[in-house]
Design a protein around this ligand. Structure first.
Ligand code: AMP
Ligand code: GLY
Length: 433
């Protein structure tokens, strides 16, 4: 079998590594904008090209007789890559444009949730006009402001975090109107978690829940990033969740997949990512993504006991109910090493040297290889993952690995440590009252 992976980050390295473990021994190909050395080492061949260049990706897939494609990032999905591949007769384990809209158009996604009575939708409205928007911001009093389109995780601002007061919220929202519609919604208070599922249009196979860390600095300070690291506990639950929380989140995702089919006439095929805030009223949806999370893919894929290629084929063909999707009941801690100054003023083109990382798994992200050496680009560079029987043990493995990377790098030591996890548990106790 010939399988093509589109994308060149840490998430796609994890996807490629999981495919490479398949008993089916597939030949792997990749399209990525820069040469990720981890992916390149697992591939027969790769094309260095923008992942959104739909025509070039389809041409490459046809030239390599590709049987199945997995698309890692959201931008090519929004560009209609899955649709174009299917038109060319190639199977895809990622969603077509109409259903991927649930990620790339936040206004559409919120209206879709409301119109279809999907539980967990915060109070929101979508605006194209400043006066009505200001009145709604006043009415809610405490808000999150979101541009409707894709912003790489950097467009959302929340009061109490990036927005000091109502005046700042109105100013920020007004500035966004030039680029399109703006979503204003209630500021949800609680703890965030990620629930991902393999989806074939009808059935969902859920993965263990994961918690990501968006803030750049220790103690959850500093600007938002793509995600500095993440962890999961053995089994499907995080330490601050109740079984009922996860059940409600699963129901929300199942209802979403069914409603997407009703509304668009297209089946959602691929990984669906639910980002939830667990509030005093149960889980609320922060957003859906039409793909794996980065870093969350690196937590769950190393735990997948089933053959990933079987899962991919089943998602593409609508036969997921015939696959026994299982994850080993282990904890993982994933930590990113990022360029110093990331995300606001990252250093670039600095060499990264990987020393003895012990039992950790290493995934390359936004780096490039030149003359056998690896360099940073300004985005998240290298992720390390510890897998063990407890979060504590997994954290030690990941942390030790980070200390054996050299370069002009920064990372968060606190991710996965007992103190931070206890803070999450205490916070949730307080929120639940
Ligand atoms: P997003 O790009 O939608 O993932 O949002 C980025 C971050 O903003 C999330 O990880 C949350 O921490 C925060 N956020 C988004 N929406 C809300 C909301 N309604 N209430 C509180 N925080 C939010
Ligand atoms: N880790 C957040 C995301 O992938 O969107």
């Amino acid at each position: 079998m010939n399988i093509l992976v589109v994308g060149g980050g840490g998430r796609e390295h994890a996807i490629t590594a999981a495919i490479a473990c398949s008993r089916k021994d597939p030949s792997i190909y990749a399209v990525m904008s820069g040469k990720n050395p981890g992916i390149a080492a697992l591939c027969e061949d790769f094309l260095l090209e923008k992942e959104t260049n739909v025509e070039k990706v389809v041409e490459f897939a046809l030239s390599k007789n590709i049987d199945l494609v997995v698309v890692g990032p959201e931008a090519p999905l929004a560009a209609g890559l899955a649709d174009a591949l299917e038109e060319a007769g190639i199977s895809v384990a990622s969603p077509c444009r109409k259903v991927a809209q649930v990620e790339f158009d936040k206004a559409w996604a919120r209206n879709f949730m409301k119109d279809n009575d999907i539980a967990g939708c915060p109070v929101f409205e979508v605006f194209t006009d400043r006066d009505a928007m200001d009145a709604f911001i006043d009415k809610l009093g405490n808000v999150a402001i979101k541009p409707a389109g894709l912003t790489g995780g950097k467009g959302v601002k929340v009061m109490g975090d990036q927005l000091p007061d109502i005046g700042a919220a109105k100013e920020y929202a007004a500035g966004l109107l030039d680029q399109g519609s703006v979503v204003v919604e209630e500021n949800l208070v609680g703890e965030e978690f990620t629930l991902q599922a393999f989806v074939d249009g009808r059935s969902l196979a859920f993965m263990p829940t994961v918690q990501d860390h968006k803030r750049a600095f220790e103690g959850d300070l500093g600007p938002n990033t793509g995600g500095m690291g993440s962890y999961n506990a053995p089994g499907e639950m995080l330490p601050f969740l109740d079984a009922g929380d996860v059940d409600s989140a699963k129901q929300i995702m199942t209802d979403t997949v069914n409603a997407l089919y009703r509304v668009t006439g297209q089946k959602y095929r691929g990984t669906l990512y639910g980002q939830f805030m667990i509030t005093k009223d149960g889980p609320k949806v922060i957003e859906f993504n039409a793909r794996f999370g980065d870093p969350e893919a690196m937590n769950v894929l190393p735990l997948l006991e089933s053959d990933y290629v079987d899962v991919l084929c089943a998602m593409a063909s609508g036969t997921l109910d015939q696959v026994d999707v299982r994850f080993s009941k282990k904890a993982t801690v994933c930590k990113y090493a990022v360029p110093a100054g990331y995300p606001d003023n990252p250093t670039k083109d600095r060499e990264v040297v990987v020393g003895d990382i012990g039992d950790a798994i290493l995934f390359y992200s936004s780096v490039y290889e030149k003359d056998g050496k690896v360099y940073t680009t300004g985005s998240r560079a290298v992720a390390v993952v510890g897998v063990a029987d407890s979060i504590q043990q997994a954290e030690v493995i990941a942390q030790n690995a980070l200390e054996h990377l050299s370069g002009d790098l920064h990372y968060r030591s606190d991710i996965g440590k007992a103190d931070l996890i206890q803070r999450r548990i205490d916070h949730m106790k307080e929120v639940r009252g």
